[in-house]
Design a protein around this ligand. Structure first.
Ligand code: SAM
Length: 352
């Protein structure tokens, strides 16, 4: 059997049994047979089509604070980065982002930020309930890090629908390479279980190509995703940021990110899978290629233009100078150019 035939057989096996072995993952990530890689992409794209057709869901991303008490080694808004120009959005500014977003057809608002103690549970609940009262047909997603189960419950009771918390890596040793000693994988995972138990639509995920990542640690990620059964999986390339301890580390690649998007799609046919801004940052057509590799969500930025440049998780982030409307229509055109249609809907997990 030639290498090519063997890999194609593996791809068919993964598609049929929705699982992957470590050996198979090695083969899919390490092969330089581009025909086989193209087959992987094709099968994943077919899988996404079976559930979502040619529809792409959009989420309006509001990056409302870049203050963070954590010191993740990879992240440009880490606490000890004294070069970060810090900002916070007021409730009124956040509501203004939602207003323009709603007019542009967004029906999901993603509130993302560093872990910023200024936003007490009370403030977060006030913001969430304010958005839900004004836009009852919209979903609110929170992505504000690790909190107690009680806090998560209070946000849920205030109306939050979804929560994104990338687990970052499911391998203990790798986790401690990426984070300071006071952060733990155990707590991160517990948060995800708590969120799920409360009833959120939950998203986990990881960076591709983070320092110290191996096929083995990626396999741990896939195992954890299988165990958690999240509604969303956010993956994007690690991109170095000049003011972090990882300034000189190599960034992740588009090729590996696309392969992993396809693999995740085959294992989790219905999962909500974004083609991330980081993917668009490492390649001008990264998001289009992400969608063609099995992703089905994009998250244009709704943050006010004057703060966008300050939410610098990594260097050379795209779209920092564009107005919300520009991002929205740019995305629509990008998706059209590859035969996909951006839809005005909440874009919930396909529970059928
Ligand atoms: N504080 C929240 C949290 O911890 O989930 C949300 C904000 S955090 C900045 C959002 C995500 O950005 C992280 O989960 C991480 O995967 C990603 N990120 C941070 N630094 C990055 C980098 N240098 N390259 C790519 N992604 C990065």
């Amino acid at each position: 059997m030639t290498d090519n035939t063997a890999i194609i057989k593996i791809i068919d096996e993964i598609t049929a049994c929705r699982n992957i072995t470590l050996e198979q993952l090695h083969m899919l990530l390490e092969t330089d047979d581009m025909q086989a890689v193209d087959y992987l992409r094709k099968r994943a794209s077919e899988k996404a089509h079976e559930t979502y057709g040619n529809q792409v869901f959009i989420r309006g991303l509001i990056e409302f604070t870049n203050y963070c008490k954590n010191d993740c080694l990879y992240c440009g808004i880490r606490h000890s980065n004294t070069h970060a120009d810090r900002y916070r959005l007021s409730t009124e500014q956040i509501m203004a982002c939602c207003e323009s977003g709603y007019e542009l057809g967004f029906r999901t608002f993603v509130l993302q930020g560093g872990e910023d103690p200024y936003y007490t549970d009370e403030r977060i609940c006030e913001i969430v309930s304010g958005i839900k009262a004004k836009y009852p047909d919209c979903a609110v997603t929170l992505s504000i890090g690790e909190k107690s189960k009680e806090s998560y419950q209070s946000y849920f009771d205030a109306g939050a629908d979804r929560y994104l918390l990338r687990h970052e890596t499911a391998d203990e040793k790798h986790y401690s390479r990426l984070h300071p000693a006071e952060m733990s994988l155990e707590n991160r995972k517990q948060c995800l279980w708590d969120l799920k138990e409360i009833g959120y639509q939950v998203g986990c995920g990881f960076m591709v190509g983070s320092p110290g990542q191996t096929v083995e640690t990626l396999y741990e990620d896939l195992q954890f995703i299988k165990e958690l059964e999240p509604h969303m999986v956010g993956i994007g390339p690690f991109i170095s940021q000049k003011d972090t301890p990882f300034a000189n580390e190599k960034s992740g690649t588009m090729d590996e990110t696309l392969r992993l998007l396809s693999i995740i799609r085959l294992i989790h046919p219905k999962v909500l899978l974004p083609a991330t801004t980081a993917l668009g940052t490492i390649h001008p057509l990264g998001r289009e290629k992400g969608i063609q590799s099995g992703a089905n969500v994009v998250m244009p930025n709704l943050s006010p233009v004057n703060v966008r440049d300050k939410y610098k998780l990594y260097d050379n982030k795209i779209c920092t100078g564009d107005e919300a409307a520009e991002c929205r229509y740019c995305m629509e055109n990008r998706m059209k150019s590859i035969g996909y249609q951006v839809v005005v809907s909440r874009g919930d997990y396909a529970n059928f």
